[in-house]
Design a binder for this molecule. Structure first.
Ligand code: R5P
Length: 278
């Protein structure tokens, strides 16, 4: 069995290889002048653990080619960040259900698919071979016994923050939106007072950063000492990191998408899951 690193997850793949004691296969990724991608895998094995985050359109094409190169082998697919999972149903007639299209492609190659905090239960339902790993305990461990308050940006993600906060052994709450009048919406923690506290906002994805920027402004104006934003998937689209830094928010993420802010690794979680299924 070998680990095959996709071009979006080379660091995480080598961490997984180290923890599982598996060797990394040699891969080559190239781009032709017209933008087309070339992929080659040398010294693969009978069973291959392919690690590739789907954080861009190009990453999907690269993965497709990687899977084709390994077509005659058994493939355990690790997709640390499952892109396209937000379009998990048909919201308007005639729309593509993006995650369904992706699921069909991935399932046609893989014997098992491992992912981390897929966006929704509805997205997961399009897969038959999916193992959805929760990174919240690992995020909680990063803040273990620190004097922080953990907040989820809304009630919908309260369960997630609860898991992280229980491991961190800290107080937790969620931000509630209250409509004051037609033009004013007030955001505030449901029960906790954040004055003088170090606050950690926990979310699954930071994409544009809009959710966190809005929350951070409120928390800082309510007297919070500091605001950190921690997420599983640092999508960080449209200069999100700059926007967050401009309002004084430090961002911490896992390595499901490899970024400068990836200070927490999900490698151990994935390695344990691989050990369990092999
Ligand atoms: C929403 O369902 C997610 O949990 C995140 O809160 C959302 O994707 C964040 O998006 P943005 O960073 O663009 O506000």
């Amino acid at each position: 069995m070998k680990v095959v690193a996709g071009n979006t997850s080379p660091i995480l793949a080598s961490r997984i290889a180290k923890l599982t004691g598996l060797k990394l296969a040699k891969t080559t990724f190239k781009k032709f002048p017209d933008g087309e991608i070339y992929v080659r895998v040398e010294d693969w094995d009978g069973v291959n653990v392919v690690v590739q985050s789907l954080s861009s359109n190009e990453s999907i094409v690269s993965l497709m080619l990687l899977l084709d190169a390994l077509n005659d082998t058994e493939i355990i697919l690790v997709i640390p960040y499952m892109g396209y999972a937000r379009q998990d149903k048909m919201f308007n007639k005639g729309e593509a259900v993006s995650i369904r299209a992706l699921a069909k492609l991935l399932e046609s190659y893989a014997s098992k698919i491992l992912t981390v905090n897929i966006h929704s239960k509805d997205a997961a339902k399009h897969f038959r071979k999916l193992i959805n790993i929760d990174a919240m305990p690992t995020i909680g461990k990063h803040f273990e016994n620190q004097d922080v308050v953990m907040l989820s940006p809304d009630y919908g993600s309260y369960e997630r923050v609860k898991v992280a906060a229980k491991v961190a052994n800290c107080e937790f709450d969620y931000l509630e939106k209250n409509r004051i009048d037609a033009e004013t919406v007030e955001i505030a923690p449901k029960k906790l007072n954040v004055e003088g506290r170090d606050v950690v906002i926990v979310d699954d994805i930071i994409s544009t950063g809009g959710t966190i920027v809005e929350a951070a402004k409120v928390l800082l104006s309510n007297g919070a000492k500091s605001v950190k934003a921690v997420c599983v998937h640092a999508v960080l689209a449209n200069y999100a990191l700059n926007k967050l830094q401009n309002v004084g928010v430090e961002v911490i993420a896992t390595d499901t998408i490899e970024r400068i802010v990836s200070k927490i690794s999900v490698a151990e979680l994935i390695a344990n899951s691989i050990d369990q299924i092999t």
